[in-house]
Design a protein around this ligand. Sequence first.
Ligand code: XMP
Length: 514
Amino acid sequence: MKQQETILVLDFGAQYSQLIARRVREAGVYSQIIPFNASLEEITSFQPKGIILSGGPATVHEPGAPQPDKELRTLGIPILGICYGLQVLAMAYGGNVSRPDKREYGLAHLTRRSESVLLDGIPDSSEVWMSHGDAVDSLPEGFTVTGSTENCPFAVLEDNQRSCYGVQFHPEVVHTPSGKRIIENFVRGICGCSSSWSMGSFVEQAVAEIRETVGSRQVVCGLSGGVDSSVTAALIHRAVGDQLQCVFVNHGLLRKGEGELVQRVFRDTFHMQLVYVDAEDRFLSELAGVTDPERKRKIIGKIFIDVFEEEASKLGKIGFLAQGTLYPDVIESVSASGGPSVTIKSHHNVGGLPENLKFSLLEPLRELFKDEVRLLGRELGLPDEVIMRHPFPGPGLGVRCVGEVTPARLHALREADAIFIDEIRKAGLYGEIWQALVCLLPVKSVGVQGDRRTYEEVCSLRAVTSEDAMTADWFKFPPEVLSRTANRICNEVDGINRVLFDVTSKPPGTIEWE
Ligand code: XMP
């Protein structure tokens, strides 16, 4: 790949490392997260224009506290330390860190103390978001204090001579309104980056890279209709055209209209080679009588792989398997024990593929965040109905049909789900919600419709807001939207006579019910 301007984020185990990388990219500069203990060789191999030391949960004084390579400072590359990163820098340059009587969590008021490159263009007094136990308590040699808060005299430190900078607060979070400017000041003003990284340039580079990797071989891509696999397919198609063959497995657990949407977009609009496999009967007969959530997932995952492999083997000699793996799935983060570890949401690999694959993996989205994938999708001409879709799990309605999965129950669930999504769209709320879904519960309740007593199934509506699906809160619906949805479901869907609304956050609940 052509060498691009890169800012490295050294991850000391912060909750916010990914956010730092995102903010840098939003400033138009490519950024990559690597573990705090990356070797000098690894660091220099990126030819970084700047290095950001992230925050982290450790205390600099504790034995084994994470430290970057001692020689990092000798590279002459500008460094910005954030929170724990600042403390590491301060200690390295002869300052001291202690635990103040008053710790700071939440909003604090930052006051500028002197001329500052990092705070250039920021009001003399601004709000910043703090989250720390320790703080720098004596000035490291060569540094100037350029900003402080009520309880943190050394909130911003700068040493222009050695291009070393640090902030005790978190510029990467939205609660620090001038944080964006601080990151821009660092990457552009201090590191001299040109802000040329954009989705357009990503497409160009990725296309060239895919062509080079794939050569004249064939690629197969499992298309689910979700954002990640759709963008993966569109990008690879842009690069190698008909050398890409997509396989869409209809497992009978899809939402209403989903199979048609995928065929319309990919076959009719993009003219991609698409194999549509109707495997509904096979999945549903294996699922008959199964109620245990883990068994359901295992069955669905296993048959998915079998079907996919059977279809792929009919396609001739395949060199690559394309997957929509995203950056958060591959980032090496730092575990609580201090050692780097790979974060994988294991159950989310359902619908993924076995380890003993015959092909090499092609994962062109490995460097992107979800919102970047959406931008990329738009750049590639995918319609909003695909790009802006709520996430939908690999096992589909199988994990939303709590209890036994039967064709009749799936039908009721599919119809109820379509009504809920329709009402959300009509109310203009679809884009505000991370994910909305209906679950059919294994419970029956008594109702009355007309003069008739009914005894039918119960469904639960769930809609959440979230940044990354790791945590979520329930969406505060206007009551009339819930009311319309409930009325329509009871009136229009055979077999459901009661509708509940789920107000559980995550944690303790998960987003899906199973
Ligand atoms: P939970 O239910 O664990 O889900 O809060 C978090 C997010 O992941 C989605 N999800 C899955 N996605 N295969 C997927 O591709 C799966 O097996 C799977 N299970 C959950 C879920 O919809 C939510 O967005």
